[in-house]
Design a protein around this ligand. Sequence first.
Ligand code: AMP
Ligand code: MG
Length: 388
Amino acid sequence: MLDAVRPLAEEDVVLDAALGRVLAEDVSSAIPVPPFDSSAMDGYAVAAGPPAELEVVGESRAGHPASVAVGGGTAVRISTGAAVPDGADAVVPVERTQPVRPGDAAVNGVVRVPAIAAGENVRYAGEDVRAGDVVLHAGTVLGPAELGIAASVGRPALRCSVRPRVALLVTGDELTEPGQGLRPGSIYSSNRFALAAQVERAGARLVLGETVPDSATGTRAALAGALGAADVVIVSGGVSVGPHDHVKGALGELGIEERFWGVSLRPGKPVWFGVGEGTLVYGLPGNPVSAMVTFQLFVRSALAALQGADPSAARGEAVLDEAVPRNPRREEAVRVRLRQQRDGWHATTTGEQGSHMLTSMLRADALAFVAAGPGEVAAGERVEIELL
Ligand code: AMP
Ligand code: MG
């Protein structure tokens, strides 16, 4: 599946709009950060030395460096973040000084300072970032710290991968929009909303969301429109073998090449994947849990790869705190809640695991993978988990 991914184009994104975007460049800093030697405390900038009484000859405030240098017998009052004046190499915190002769706004008085060593309470230029350092690497998903770093080196915008355009088609004559009355035999279309939210969370952009009737012509027409509008087309429902499942047939007619259909997984067996010209197409099962789980395990990683991000999921291990029966033929993705204990993560199931029971996704922290086979995984055994 990932072999079929062709990375998308790049664009400049201003920092305010870049949260969650994937960086498409290595960002290096043209300046040292901090840009100058500055004070870590409010106090007095001095030349290091033994206890002394010093004449205060000026002030260095944040954004307003002192106009005088520190010389023998003098100090400059200084604020946190202000530039350390020439001649000073240490800052005495104000709490450790005593006024000898108070002056005008404490600027031209005399203070008594204790002994202080060079470098104390000074933040040196370049301590955080040296000029020329690469601070962010291509492929990084931009979070709050990354945006802060980009700003701290003076970048107003960053080169990012464009967000994948996703078209979401949910199929089924039974589907009703929330807010409408339910007719006999109809249900509310939860996939339209759960999958759209997963698309958004994966950093992609939903450009089309449509409900498609269970007819060959309707399915083909909707798919044709979606293929022209998106980098990734997701279809939910209609990929099984029933007489009213039209998705596979329509995709074949539209020239989408099937790469796989059916995986040994529960929930999610009928998942379908194919490739068109510049488009990845997913047929996800209609059952709401299956749709969400297969999105997580298949679509999410492709959306990451399209943006140049690491497609691998956050995985780890947890101790199962309850026995879970194994499915004889298919690996099972069990929805679990996690709790941290002294010996690591512990997992309990979210309850009934039917693929139609969407409440099993509520407060699910992870999927726990239970290999196919006889019997059960006993309580206390370790299982692999993927964080949701
Ligand atoms: P299908 O894959 O089309 O056979 O659908 C499997 C099950 O999922 C059926 O019970 C459908 O009613 C249900 N289903 C399909 N699409 C949706 C949807 N958008 N929202 C909620 N349930 C759905
Ligand atoms: Mg259906």
